[in-house]
Design a protein around this ligand. Structure first.
Ligand code: ZN
Length: 134
């Protein structure tokens, strides 16, 4: 039995941002703590986890489109597996996030949500969620 939770996330396209805010909120609620920290980590080299706006879906669209312009799928890369762009995008955005827990809830801004960012899908992904009281 591991000391952290694992969220299973299924992506459906090559590049995609999947809102996992509610699943993380539920884990925090289930933990039953008032104050602490929620640590999120993706154990993947071509996926990332970020916090950004989940109210207007054009924000997600713009992030994905601009990342594609910055790091196009076909780019004359050295990595022969064919997914170098996905490795680079995942590195830019990062594999972890830390969110405070206050009054038993995730402390997120009004417009903030948590996204698993897929860059080499579709695939089955995992998000490790460690909830620490304190
Ligand atoms: Zn690769």
């Amino acid at each position: 039995m591991s000391s952290y939770n694992i969220l299973e996330v299924r992506s459906s396209s090559r590049a995609q941002m999947i809102d996992i805010t509610e699943q993380v909120r539920q884990l925090v609620a289930d933990a039953g703590i008032r104050e602490g920290v929620c640590y999120l980590y993706v154990p993947h080299t071509t996926a990332a986890v970020i916090i950004n706006e989940n109210a207007d879906p054009t924000v997600v669209q713009d992030i994905l489109e601009q990342l594609e312009k910055m790091v196009p799928w076909q780019g004359g890369y050295a990595h022969t597996e064919g997914n170098a762009a996905a490795h680079i995008k995942a590195s830019i955005l990062g594999a972890s996030q830390t969110i405070l827990i206050g009054s038993g809830r995730l402390v997120l801004g009004a417009w903030q949500g948590i996204f698993l960012c897929e860059f080499d899908g579709p695939r089955q992904r995992k998000v490790f969620v460690k909830i620490i009281a304190g």
